[in-house]
Write a protein that binds this ligand. Structure first.
Ligand code: SF4
Ligand code: SF4
Length: 287
């Protein structure tokens, strides 16, 4: 089964996939397993989807939000894969997940040999560093014994060297606070939060800990970091402006990962960044 799943994932330019028994995973949302009729004896096929697109201009939003919402990609992916699996393996139940998953995805991906969880809390893979989304297909009952094997050249449990560059660069020192969460907050922000957005210039999300990681630099140098998945290479919005946000139709805007907090949240963040620029009211001029 693992071989077949890898084969159909590779049709979508997804090459990092491993498998492990469900009993080896930390179940965090058991009700999702129950909903799909999956028992504790299932098998997890976990895979990493690279999403970083070469954009030229430095984005002012997190890279994951530059293309359209990745949840839409996964819906299309599972719509293709799950019916094919049900047809080929009629004695099994299958369910697909991303993000809102019954299991701890990062730990499962690391245990399946896709990479390791870095000091910044994200899965680091060799080819794409941490610029991946994780997804899982869970099959029940379990498949043949001996399917735990992963692609040998992706097994690397020593990717994070604890160099601490991510903690040193993080606006909150990896202490629990996160600028990404601040940019997504609706309504009134504290002065400190407003200053953080203005200082770091992210209108949505934050990629600082990912960018400073040496594995990101290495993957860029090797040229392996970028995705080749068409969905993540089209309709890119690397630099949001007030004009761009206001010009999107409601339908276009709803396809964006940053739409769930409404236009006003993004517009507020853009205004904070704009106001902090030298020469603008509220900005400081360096002389
Ligand atoms: S920056 Fe250093 S400590 Fe942080 S995740 Fe990367 S390798 Fe690990
Ligand atoms: S995303 Fe930004 S604020 Fe959040 S942990 Fe990483 S560096 Fe820190």
């Amino acid at each position: 089964m693992l071989g077949y799943i890898r084969e159909i994932l590779s049709e979508h330019n997804i090459t990092l996939c491993g498998s492990l028994p469900l009993s080896s995973c930390r179940v965090i949302r058991p009700y999702l397993l129950e909903k799909h009729g999956i028992g504790p004896g299932g098998r997890v096929f976990v895979f990493a989807v690279p999403y970083l697109a070469p954009t030229g201009a430095k984005p002012n939003i997190s890279a994951y939000a530059v293309p359209e919402d990745y949840h839409r990609f996964f819906t299309g992916l599972f719509d293709d894969i799950l019916p094919r699996l049900r047809e080929k393996f009629p004695g099994h139940r299958f369910a697909g997940f991303t993000d809102h998953s019954p299991i701890d995805e990062r730990a499962a991906a690391a245990a399946a040999g896709l990479g390791c969880v870095g000091r910044h809390g994200l899965l680091i893979t060799g080819p794409y560093s941490s610029y991946v989304f994780l997804g899982e297909i869970i099959a029940d009952p379990d498949t043949a014994v001996g399917e735990d094997a992963v692609i040998p050249d992706v097994r690397n449990s020593a990717l994070c060297e604890n160099c601490n560059l991510c903690a040193a660069a993080c606006p909150y020192g990896l202490s629990g606070g996160c600028l990404s969460a601040v940019t997504q907050k609706k309504g009134e922000l504290s002065e400190d939060e407003r200053n953080m957005i203005a200082k770091y210039g992210f209108a949505w999300g934050c990629d600082i800990c990912q960018e400073v990681c040496p594995h990101t630099g290495a993957a860029r140098s090797r040229g392996s970091i970028y995705t080749s998945i068409p969905y993540f290479l089209r309709a890119l919005t690397p630099r949001l402006t007030r004009e761009l946000v206001l010009s999107m139709s409601d339908e276009e805007f709803s396809k964006r990962a940053y739409s769930w907090r409404g236009r006003e949240t993004i517009l507020r963040n853009l205004e904070l960044i704009e106001k902090s620029k030298p020469g603008t009211a509220g900005g400081t001029e360096k002389v």
